[in-house]
Design a protein around this ligand. Structure first.
Ligand code: A2P
Length: 283
């Protein structure tokens, strides 16, 4: 069986559960509280949120209502784009921290890089944000730090200026959208790649090639996508508000996709998802 452990280890030695529960597009309030509580009950110990999702308070409520101890959970949140720069980052972090009602955060991510398309001094802005991240990490209030949606040309100047290298890069990653150049860069730099929208927001699930492969393994297409992420050494963050799917998406540790099928999945052309490019987004 290809080596897929239930936990990965980050470059700083911190253990991180190898599948996380994604909460993007789950509405704040009861929808998030119920979905996160359900996920924790079904065995997820890793929850991924962000300030911009607007549901941090509800994620916090679910954590507090759960019987699982805080130390057995792994909580990620992200800094939104309007809060870049040292001072704003510190203020935004305080807000997320309060919303989540926790006494530390396991992983804090810069949600999107500032880029040339945004402003001339984009690299300086990213470095100044990162300085705040390093300080939060040194203070111990954040156990690991990383970025999201960064490509190698955003990571290189950040890392040249950084004292502590990012431990994680969370990118869109699913069959038909592998971002190979970024994956290679992160592998070389010992940075764990987390896969947001590992199911291409549900769109890749209708692909006939994936359906055939799923049939062969007696698994769902969603499980094939999640397992394919794991066998690529990435950390999938599937989102669902449906109990049976939440459960199914975690049930992927008992089979292995062959090298040949891995290759053909990896070779699929673009088949849906968001396809957002950090240099082109308007936010
Ligand atoms: P729902 O939340 O209604 O259950 P991604 O994680 O790539 O962003 O994809 C999320 C989308 O995929 C949501 O629409 C979610 O629907 C759907 N989804 C999640 N898990 C499964 C599954 N196992 N089977 C089918 N659809 C799923």
């Amino acid at each position: 069986m290809s080596k897929v452990e239930k936990d990965y280890k980050l470059s700083n030695g911190v253990k991180i559960p190898s599948i996380g529960f994604g909460t993007w597009q789950i509405e704040y309030g009861a929808a998030t509280v119920n979905a996160v509580k359900e996920a924790i009950d079904l065995g997820y110990s890793h929850i991924d949120t962000a300030a911009i999702y607007g549901n941090e308070v509800s994620v916090g409520e679910a954590i507090n209502q759960s019987d699982v101890k805080r130390k057995d959970l792994f909580i990620t949140t992200k800094l939104w784009n309007s809060d870049r720069g040292y001072d704003n980052t510190m203020k935004a972090f305080a807000k997320s921290f309060q919303a989540l009602q926790v006494d530390y955060i396991d992983l804090y991510l810069v949600h999107w890089p500032a880029t040339k398309g945004h402003r001339e001094d984009w690299a300086k802005v990213n470095s100044s944000t990162w300085k705040a991240f390093e300080e939060l990490y040194k203070d111990g209030v954040v156990k690991s730090i990383g970025v999201s949606n960064f490509m190698p040309h955003h990571l290189e100047p950040l890392m040249a200026d950084a004292k502590i290298a990012p431990m994680v890069n969370q990118i869109e990653f699913h069959p038909g959208f592998m971002q190979m150049e970024t994956l290679d860069f992160c592998r070389k730099n010992n940075m764990l790649v987390e896969a947001w929208s590992p199911l291409g927001q549900g769109e890749v699930l209708k692909n006939p090639d994936l359906m055939k492969i799923a049939e062969k393994y007696k698994k769902s297409v969603a499980q094939i996508c999640i397992r394919w992420c794991l066998q690529n050494g990435t950390l999938p963050l599937p989102k669902s508000v449906t109990s049976s799917r939440i459960k199914q998406n975690l049930d992927v540790y008992d089979f292995e996709i062959s090298a040949e099928d891995m290759k053909s999945i990896s070779a699929l052309p673009y088949i849906g998802g968001s396809g957002l490019h950090p240099d082109k987004v308007k936010f």
